[in-house]
Write a protein that binds this ligand. Sequence first.
Ligand SMILES: *Cc1c(COP(=O)(O)O)cnc(C)c1O
Length: 429
Amino acid sequence: MKRSNSSRLFSIAKKVMPGGVNSPVRAFNAVGGDPIFIQKAKGACITDVDGNDFIDYVGSWGPLIAGHAHPNIVSAITRQAQLGTSYGATTELEIELAEKVVQAVPSLDVVRMVNSGTEAVMSALRLARGITGRDKIVKFEGCYHGHGDSLLVKAGSGLLSLGTPDCPGIVSSLAEKTLNLPYNNIEKVRELFDAQGKDIAALIVEPIAGNMGVILPQPGFLKALREVTQKAGALLIFDEVITGFRVSLGGAQKIYGVTPDITCMGKIIGGGLPVGAYGGSRAVMDHISPVGSVYQAGTLSGNPLAMAAGNEMIDLLSQTGVYESLEQKSEKLCEGLKNNVASLGISAQFTRVGSMFSMFFTDQKIADYDSVKTCDTNFFSKYFNGLLEEGVYIAPSQFEAGFMSTVHTDEEISLTIEASRKALAAALG
Ligand SMILES: *Cc1c(COP(=O)(O)O)cnc(C)c1O
């Protein structure tokens, strides 16, 4: 496979951009080799600057559930661009999208648009702290909630010990306010809330973990989180930046029947443009300015191009049969991958909810961050690079989800299964 144009661009990019990228995981550090530079994409196919085509399961890390350059979304953006790209004043497009989102997501009466998932989460934490007058936040190891200071925090040495910064530049007195627990471990949650519940503003969780690969919540886990937080007077925040509009139109909360106080969204809601959002009941959201005193603002928030794209995306996903079809395609792919692995005698674990899925190279059952850390990342790197050679593009890390889109064809899925078999066999050496 020719990669000389990508490599040339990467060496230039490194001169003017930190590490040659605008987001670290794009640098392929986890899998080795230079990243591919993208020329264009259409449907499920992405084309690099060397003219190589790949069947894409990254989907821009989740947003592109309707594939690349969907004609409805492209024309909505084009139409709006001719009317102006930003006004810094309110438009009817914002109402339309808010109405659709509030209608779809069970826990929402009111929603505020921002520009990224990170911003949604940061704002949700401030809101929870503002409402409760408490400082502490509880999160789970391996969940990712964007790069806000309160979230880039790792566990201290003991269960009840203070969090410490997970990267330089984070104020340690802030990091101390974030407490980390293992995902899916409700006993530890209870223990922590028994000891410190009255100081905890919020517990934030990915209701289906998607940032350490896909990990399903164990039966009863989310319901228990709801009970424990309620009892302590703390808010429950679902970070549905990946799962929102991905696992169902109403997100994970619709599937599991658990109602959070605040929901964070992003990715799909922007139809491929930069959008985040957070919402909840009117009583909760009325604490935000200008009604309430918790301040949060944005020059480009509710941007008309992004709202046009988001509206079109939600319309596409509201058509009948969309999620059933995503389920069938994803099942077909994952069954194929399972058969490959079995026939080659490779130990791997599979997780999937609808169109988000992972294949973990380990013999351990997957339940939390400790279990995913047992994966053979060396084998993954070989597999990733082999897949690329075979024309399939997945996220360049073992600890990421794969995403199916509505426009992947049966043929593309069959080709992927065959490519995967070859890449697995090659990785075995
Ligand atoms: C991607 C992601 C974020 C951060 O969103 P950005 O738009 O990258 O800032 C937050 N939470 C979850 C669960 C995510 O997957």
